[in-house]
Design a protein around this ligand. Structure first.
Ligand code: HGY
Ligand code: MN
Ligand code: MN
Length: 431
């Protein structure tokens, strides 16, 4: 059975682009939150996205299913259903007040491929399933100790159910287990179910995603093949405990200033980052949250408490482990020096993941056959693809150029670039 030509792929994708435009518009309208969108895991925004994609799948005559974690699966039957199928897709949740394309672009791209092929009467060799993943952005909504990427790790049988009790909604205090239960996905069902996705049943996992950095834009390239995904080492709910006291009456040596101690720790880690960069290591370090208690703080008080997050990312596991050790050593020395106590909590590790060399080559071949200029680059952001790689799937990613970065309302992916990335994805999924 011959795989569709580049011309057929191009026309299938272009014919289904109006569906993509409609879905992106409906997503943005129905999950709008101020200037951006909010699609909270196991809450109204994410649920709207899942219902929208499921309805579009059913309207297009595709098979639609969900697993007990609420992940969505839309499938186009292949000519030989006994063959291991392709799985593609991404997450449908978002960060609070984020952009409309992070995650959703990968699901809608997969749907465009299936609908375009079906409308053109092109049957792929293998089943192709588009997955709408739950709760990839869980770290933005739930503190406490968990390893993120709840939906993909649940489907892959990699989730420790205790995480669902340990993950606490930063706004409501509800546990993730309670929020899943209320959304109709009881964790108890997860406990008794076998993994929904087994590597032996699939040919590979391919994810289209917007690039969330500036590289493709700076290089003037519409798409890029991802070589690897940085791992992350995160302390989500770190605290420094000092002592509230009068801001004017107490000399330096008698203060336990939680803010200045935290600033010293953060500054020490920034210097450590500089050292890694000077040695041409791969590392990024972010303190995305840093705050005092707005019920107790005051301009006339030495702050007795500071809360903060630490997000370390690298393609090198040893670098992540060394930075955790550095953070703990710095906290210990600063605590003694400044008469405070640090509670860093656990550093949750999501290991780095290399993308499958064969799939990288297949995506690059597709871009050549389609005449699409294509780069190669690592991913600084985490993606569900890393969980598939860790679960033993051949995993690959194709990035689409996106202006203004990501995790902000100004994400700006051009439909023309989305079309080119989706054509490269379609090429690979029909081999
Ligand atoms: O990279 C992240 O913070 C998220 O997993 N997309
Ligand atoms: Mn994201
Ligand atoms: Mn994402």
């Amino acid at each position: 059975m011959a795989a569709p030509s580049a011309a057929t792929i191009r026309s299938c994708v272009e014919a289904a682009l109006p569906l993509a435009e409609r879905l992106f518009t409906q997503l943005r309208q129905h999950t709008a939150d101020g200037p951006g969108v909010s699609r909270e895991p196991y809450a109204a925004g994410e649920q709207y996205a899942h219902d929208l994609i499921a309805a579009a799948g059913r309207e297009s005559g595709l098979e639609v299913a969900t697993d007990c974690a609420g992940n969505l699966y839309v499938t186009l039957a292949g000519a030989d259903r006994s063959l291991p199928g392709w799985i593609t897709g991404s997450h449908l949740d978002s960060v609070p007040m984020g952009g409309n394309f992070d995650g959703a672009a990968g699901v809608i791209a997969g749907l465009v491929v299936l609908v375009g092929l079906r409308q053109a009467g092109v049957q792929p060799l293998r089943d192709i399933t588009v997955m709408g993943v739950r709760a990839e952005e869980v770290s933005s909504w739930f503190g406490g100790s968990h390893k993120g990427h709840i939906g993909s790790r649940a489907a892959l049988g990699m989730l420790d159910l205790a995480e669902l009790e340990q993950a606490v909604n930063v706004r409501t205090g509800a546990t993730l287990a309670q929020q899943m239960q209320a959304a109709g996905f009881p964790p108890a069902a997860l406990a008794s179910a076998p993994p929904y996705l087994r590597p032996e049943r699939y040919h590979g996992y391919l994810e289209l995603h917007i690039e969330q950095g500036p590289v493709l834009e700076r290089q003037g390239l519409p798409v890029g093949v991802v070589t690897g995904i940085r791992g992350s080492m995160r302390a989500r709910s770190a605290r420094c405990i000092g002592a509230y006291t009068h801001s004017g009456a107490v000399p330096h040596e008698y203060r336990s200033d939680a803010v200045l101690a935290t600033v010293a720790l953060v500054g020490g880690l920034d210097c450590a980052w500089e050292q890694v960069r000077a040695e041409h290591g791969d590392l990024v370090f972010t303190v995305g949250k840093l705050y005092t208690d707005d019920q107790a703080h005051s301009i006339t008080k030495v702050p007795g408490e500071a809360s903060f997050s630490i997000d370390l990312r690298s393609q090198d596991l040893a670098t992540l482990q060394a930075m955790e050790a550095r953070a703990r050593a710095l906290a210990e020395s600063i605590a003694a020096e400044r008469r405070v106590r640090f509670e860093l909590g656990s550093f949750d590790l999501s290991p780095p993941a290399a993308m499958d060399a064969g799939l990288q080559a297949l995506l690059a071949e597709g871009s050549r056959e389609l005449g699409i200029a294509c780069g190669t680059l690592p991913s600084g952001a985490g993606h569900d693809a890393q969980d598939f790689a860790h679960a033993g799937f051949p995993a690959g990613m194709v990035f689409v150029r996106n202006a203004h970065g990501s995790h902000n309302p100004d994400e700006a992916m051009e439909l023309a670039d989305f079309s080119l990335g989706t054509q490269v994805l379609a090429w690979a999924l029909t081999r």
